[in-house]
Unconditional design. Structure first.
Length: 160
């Protein structure tokens, strides 16, 4: 069995022209398979900065927008298709995506792929502490090294 990827866009906003739910779902499926995860359910919400700031304030007590938030769940349930591990939820800001791409001097496509990998790793127990990706600096943290390795392996994938 594969993984269950549930993708949604915040109701009050319009997704950018490049947004292709099927491409994103297929990419996340491939990433999870590469990482060895199966029978997982992950939900991904694409939203604006206001929504992600509200989530950040509510759940992390940080009153600012961010690029991505991950909320681990860790429960299991069974339905007619089998037994599922509810890994959790990811929220990604459409507004911050191009800002990050500019800051890191990468394409929006690369940044979106990086964020999706990052969220999947967080939902599966990885944490990078205070270390973050920096331009021109090789990460030393296990999660970030794995993230960048997986990103390189999917270098030819175009989501945007």
């Amino acid at each position: 069995m594969a993984n269950r990827i549930l993708i949604s866009v915040q109701e009050e906003i319009q997704a950018p022209e490049w947004f292709d739910e099927a491409k994103i779902e297929n990419y996340v499926q491939a990433v999870l398979e590469k990482l060895g995860y199966d029978d997982e359910e992950i939900s991904i919400l694409f939203c604006n900065d206001e929504e992600i700031q509200m989530l950040n304030k509510t759940y992390r007590d940080i009153d600012s927008a961010t690029d991505i938030l991950s909320f681990e769940n860790g429960t299991e349930y069974e339905d007619e298709e089998g037994k599922w591990y509810e890994a959790g939820d990811i929220a990604i800001s459409f507004d911050t995506l191009p800002k990050n791409a500019d800051y890191f001097k990468v394409s929006q496509n690369e940044e979106l792929k990086r964020l999706l990998i990052h969220g999947c790793l967080h939902l599966n127990g990885y944490d990078h502490g205070e270390e973050h990706i920096e331009t021109g600096v090789e990460p030393t943290d296990e999660m970030l090294k794995l993230q960048e390795q997986v990103l390189k392996e999917f270098g030819d994938v175009n989501l945007i």
